[in-house]
Structures are given as C-alpha cells and as structure tokens.
Design a protein around this ligand. Structure first.
Ligand SMILES: Nc1ncnc2c1ncn2[C@@H]1O[C@H](COP(=O)(O)OS(=O)(=O)O)[C@@H](OP(=O)(O)O)[C@H]1O
Length: 385
C-alpha cells in the first residue's frame, strides 16, 4: 500500500522504472479487488437462506427458516450487515475504483428478497407479490419437491422454495404474512407454493377456499405402502432410536391388525382425505399427479400439469436426463442456472428392507381405500395390479 500511495502521489523512487511500477500497482489493485470480491461473495453466501426449521421436509440448502425469516430481529441483522458492508466499501482506499459493487449489494440484500425463499435474484421492483393461484397440497413423500423444482423451470411459474405451512400451522399469521412470503410475479405468471401436509389437514380445504375459490390444487400421490416406508425412512434418519417399522405398523402382530392411529399409516388413506377436499372444491380443480410416473416419465406428468395450469407446454423431455448415480431424473438446467440439477440427498433415500409379509399385509389394508380412490378420481394408479 505504501508503494501504491507513493506511486499515486507521484513520488516514485528511482531507479525503479515507472512502467514496471505501474504494472506492479495494477497487479496489486487487481489482487486486492479479487480478495475483496471473494470476501463479499463469502459473506453473501453466509447470508443466503438456511434450512427450514420444523418443516415436514428436510430442505436442501438454499431454503428458508420460515419461523425466523419474518422476524424483526432477522431484518435488523440484515440491515446491520448491509450497513457494515457499505461502510467497509466507503472506508476502503480503493472505493472509487468499484462504486458499482456497492449498488449491487444494496440490490441483493433487501430483506424481502431473502424472505422469498428463492435464491434467484430478481430486480426489486419487478411485479408484485400475489397469493398463490396454484398449490401443491400433498402428499408427504409423494414427490412434491421434484414436481415443484421441475415446474419452476417454466417462465410463467414463480414459486416459494420453503414450505409456508400457512393453512395448517401459520394460519393465525394472516394472509398478508402469507403473501409476503411469495416471490414477485409479473402479469400472467402463476404464483405457487407446496406444503404436503395440507392434504391431511382438516381445516385446509375451507381455508384455501376462503382465500380463493378458484385456487388450483395439485396432489402428488404415490403407492401408500412405499409412501409409508419412505415416511418411516425419513423419521429414522432424524431419530435412529425409533421403534421398528413392524412394531409401529401393527396394533397386534398376531392378528395382523394395522395401527391406524400411526399418522404415517393415515396419510395413505387418500380416499378419506379427498372426501374432505370435495366438500370445498370440485374435482375439476384438483389434479392428481402420479408420483411413480413423475420418476419414470417426468415430462409426461409435467405436460399434464402445464395443461391443468393453462400454460404452454414448455417443460418437455429436453429438460430432463436420467442420472444413473442418483437413480432419478434430474434437470439439465435448474431455474436460473445453466448447470444440471438433481434433488439433494434427502430425496431418493435407500429404504430399509421390510419383511415381505408386513408389506403384503399393508397392501391388503390399503387395497379397498385405493379402489375407492381410483373410483373417485377416475384413474387407476396401478398400485394394486
Ligand atoms: N427426480 C427425483 N429426484 C429425487 N426424488 C424424487 C424424484 N422424483 C420423485 N422423487 C421422490 O420424492 C420423494 C420425496 O417426496 P417429497 O419431496 O414429497 O417429500 S417431502 O414430503 O417433501 O419430504 C422421494 O422419496 P424417497 O425415495 O423415499 O426418498 C423420491 O422417491
């Protein structure tokens, strides 16, 4: 720095040639700028949303802690960090060299941008926040994250990344709170969210209907037997000391009586939950997506969803590739990125081996409910063939 200031003030010591010294100053400045940009990027990545707390889903990095993101504390913290960085830039002797960085920060760090739960950076004043017109309401472990991530590729869809849990846990916070979580949309764009627990929440249909009678509802359904095993696998990964799958499944192992008080069993009785939704919504406003086909033919299922949402079929076969290591379809390019994107480690876990007799008993248990569900939806999902 001493050399630099001497050079800039014109008191260059001889015999060092001016041209060599100028190169040295340029190199030094570049190095300092790179270090500064690196520092800023590191700081920025730390301020990006962290994992959700208390959600049914173990989110991938980049999603939000909804419980705290609205708090004044978080906003004040962000504001302080922003001011601190602006002060740092202003104090820097090189500040006149990169005034644009300051502008970039003041755009990126707006609390509402973070509150979207969406790591994509959009200009602050583009569009407005709207209540969702379409919601993925279930089912837990059905493939809801895959569907939302795939849909986000569509330019006419903008979705909140985290699960808001508004119509079950956060209803008392009010619609303004809910709207504030949403990303900004332009006219013609659809705002979406996903919270799989809505499907089994008694109050959710009436609450969603009170918000909008026209809301479009999407349910990703999966074979209830693999769904319950997936649900158990998730719980086991968080709490390895839980009882065995078998002991949770049966009320009485000898008689083979299923324990229907276990919530993981209840979730798979789709026909019962659907009856509750039909009290507030006509069947035509609910789309059922096959969780199995979402894996074997993602473009096919996405085609149906785009039709249902009244959108041009933009997401097609070309957007997917099958990742052999992951064992699942992945996006060739994720939203706002040019890189391939697979879902994270919490999606597509290896399930524990379950005694085939237990699986068989569960199949028998679900069969009549599945039949009813096929009849109600007019579609055989193929879980019982
Ligand atoms: N493309 C792709 N990549 C990875 N995983 C995929 C994909 N498509 C569907 N799935 C299935 O999604 C299951 C998780 O479902 P959800 O996202 O609804 O789970 S959650 O309720 O939000 O926790 C998850 O369940 P598990 O396999 O039991 O982990 C996957 O089988």
């Amino acid at each position: 720095m001493l050399w630099a200031s001497m050079a800039l003030s014109g008191s260059l010591p001889e015999p060092l040639s001016r041209s060599i010294f100028r190169k040295f100053v340029v190199m030094l400045c570049s190095l300092l700028m790179s270090l500064y940009v690196f520092y800023c990027l590191a700081e920025r990545s730390q301020s990006l949303p962290g994992p959700i707390i208390g959600g049914s889903e173990e989110e991938e990095p980049g999603f939000l802690d909804l419980a705290s993101m609205q708090s004044g504390k978080r906003k004040r913290l962000l504001q302080r960090m922003k001011e601190q960085r602006v002060r740092l830039i202003q104090r820097s002797p090189l500040s006149h060299l990169f005034p644009r960085i300051e502008v970039a920060y003041s755009l990126q760090e707006e609390p509402h941008e973070l509150a979207e739960g969406d790591s994509t950076l959009t200009p602050l004043e583009d569009g407005s926040k709207k209540l969702p017109q379409a919601i993925i309401i279930g089912v837990k472990k059905g493939g809801t994250r895959a569907l939302l991530e795939f849909l986000r590729v569509h330019p006419d869809i903008r979705a909140v990344g985290a699960e808001p849990h508004f119509f079950d846990r956060n209803y008392d916070k009010g619609l303004d709170w809910y709207r504030e979580l949403m990303p900004r949309t332009l006219d013609g764009q659809i705002t979406m969210e996903k919270t799989p627990s809505y499907f089994v929440t008694k109050e959710a249909p009436a609450r969603i209907s009170a918000m909008s009678k026209d809301a479009k509802l999407i349910v990703v359904v999966r074979d209830p037997v693999t769904r319950v095993i997936s649900d158990y696998t998730q719980t086991l990964s968080k709490r390895p000391d839980i009882p065995s799958f078998e002991s949770l499944t049966f009320k009485n192992r000898t008689t083979g009586l299923i324990d229907t008080s276990w919530s993981a069993i209840q979730i798979g009785i789709y026909a019962k939950h659907l009856e509750n939704w039909l009290l507030d919504f006509p069947m035509g406003q609910i789309l059922f997506v096959s969780g199995e086909r979402l894996i074997t033919d993602p473009a096919g299922e996405l085609g149906r969803v785009q039709d249902f949402l009244g959108l041009k079929r933009i997401i097609t076969d070309k957007h997917f590739y099958f990742n052999k290591t992951k064992g699942f379809p992945c996006l060739k390019k994720a939203e706002g990125s040019s890189k391939p994107h697979c879902l994270g480690k919490t999606k597509g876990r290896t399930h524990p081996t379950i005694n085939p007799e237990v699986v068989q008993r569960l199949r028998e248990f679900y069969r009549p409910f599945n039949m009813k569900f096929y009849q109600m939806t007019g579609h055989d999902f193929g879980w019982d063939s």
